[in-house]
Design a protein around this ligand. Sequence first.
Ligand code: ADP
Ligand code: ADP
Ligand code: MG
Length: 635
Amino acid sequence: MITSLLIANRGEIACRVIRTARAMGIRTVAVYSDADANALHVRQADEAVHIGPSPARESYLVGDKIIAAAKATGAEAIHPGYGFLSENAAFAQAVMDVGLVWVGPMPASITAMGLKDAAKKLMRDAGVPTTPGYLGENQDPDRLKAEADAIGYPVLIKAVAGGGGKGMRRVDAGQDFADALLSCQREAASSFGDDRVLIEKYILSPRHLEVQVFGDKHGNIVHLFERDCSLQRRHQKVIEEAPAPGMDEATREAICGAAVRAAQAVDYVGAGTIEFIADASEGLRADRIWFMEMNTRLQVEHPVTEEITGQDLVEWQLRVASGEPLPKKQDELSINGWSVEARLYAEDPAKGFLPSVGRLDYLALPNSERIETGVEERDTISPFYDPMIAKVVSWGETRKDAIAGLANACGTIECEPVKTNAWFLKRLLESGEFADGNVTTGFIGEHIDSLCEAPQPSNALLQYAADDLAFRGEHMLDKWGSPLFELTRARFGFRLNAPAARQVRMSVDSQPADVEVGDHALWYDTRRTSVQDGRKTIYFEDGAAFVVEPDRTEGKGGAGASDGSILSPMPGRIVSVDVTEGQTVTKGQKLVVLEAMKMEQALIAPFDGKVVELKAVAGAQVAEGVTLVRVEKSE
Ligand code: ADP
Ligand code: ADP
Ligand code: MG
């Protein structure tokens, strides 16, 4: 067994690997960039090596620096985690060339599965059903169009080198093909340095199923059953579960068997995932499930498999890399209960999923469920990497229990001032369609408006907040010596006698709110927590945070004007400016598109109004917090 391990990654997966390694008595070495100098994975590892500046391409993606760090610290093996160098065959080879143990498959297996077209050919030859389509031998646009016509619309254009949900375009009709092809090729070239594409039949009523496989260096390969990852946004997984709802034994045997054949075809060693797409229009049927791709690494959603099988997959990886046989044989593995995972992101679903970077001044994660995280309170979500805060993983005897546990847990997540998608996750988990177990990958997109509608505080919360403000206003003076809050006399609610005095004016998320003060005891709810930040009180409810401040402004105006300033939420580049000065805009209208954190983000008008100031210039780099546009509210 290896005795020391360098983890060539960061965040929650680095912490996850360290946990198991430590339990196995293996010494751990972390690597870190400038931005991660004080990160949790660095604090947790036995040793840590600085490998460069914050951008991943200057640190986590530089294989030579990582290998040098392993040499310098005497680490015996390298675990790549996922993302970064995990599916880089040249890196795997370089690791082995210097005599280190690579915790992953052989470089040849990575290469065989690395490009989607080559992988599909290989699978076809191995007798694994693949998604119907054209594998792109000839990349001439007219030829590609002719193939798409022959396949029949809708089709999906996919970058052969694609990953992470990027480089894909659905095309519904022939006349849209040329444009979609160009934009797909452009994205593929800039993201993967390879603009080749393949074309697939777009499967209707699609469900994403995948099978966890594992191989050892003695030629054994097993599967650890399937997962369902159909809840996706823009082809990226949001909620995953195991097993798949509606899966009967015969279908399970068919797809798990196909997955094992796929792994055998590339002499697979270590943890891998075979991804399939299913046409679920008539439930899951073995003859309507096709191979999509293989991920030759541990998967983000591996915990749900661990939960239902009782196995530690990182331990399996380390044992296999050390040359041991697989810890279990196929007939020793079985499914126990149900597990669901939700990816908690630092982003605001109500603002087009805009990443929300910054310091996690306040963070409370549920202790009722398994948490995989790479941050703690007071750590920072930096703009350089994936803005995931944590994965929340539940287990239950039944699917219903597992979902309910996770929904409740998401509802108790408290984070401030960084915005999270916790309330969005809770809404998803509580939707009737998800409960029925037959959502397709289009579900989030089809319900995006209602799922993303900004959460509103409940009346109970508002009244509690107003009463609390009034109570504190009575006892506290602000720094100028005047009562923090003026309408305090109504605290004990002379409901019938003094109606005017019971109106408390405050602001909730900078919007004025007039609330009647009630009886403190009546609204007191021990489940409702809040934190105090100067004059602000932040209340948490159902995974959302509401900032309440005493508000003494008279009437409207004043505050409204400053609300209309659209600031750059993070450093980035202005891709386009979609309005002109003086233009009338409507709430939600796109004003400016900013490219930051590898994603394009539309900044939108907060309300109906007029563009009174326009500072944004297309192509310009902007720092965080710079005013780009100012919209004045129309009366
Ligand atoms: P998975 O099914 O494991 O999510 P994907 O193909 O969707 O697989 O994603 C590839 C991996 O790359 C994921 O594990 C994801 O967390 C990671 N990843 C994606 N974007 C980034 C990023 N900006 N920085 C670091 N890792 C990333
Ligand atoms: P990536 O490497 O980015 O993960 P995949 O090929 O695994 O790319 O596809 C990502 C997602 O896109 C799938 O999970 C699925 O939701 C959707 N998808 C892929 N291929 C098809 C298809 N042929 N029909 C319908 N949806 C598809
Ligand atoms: Mg995939």
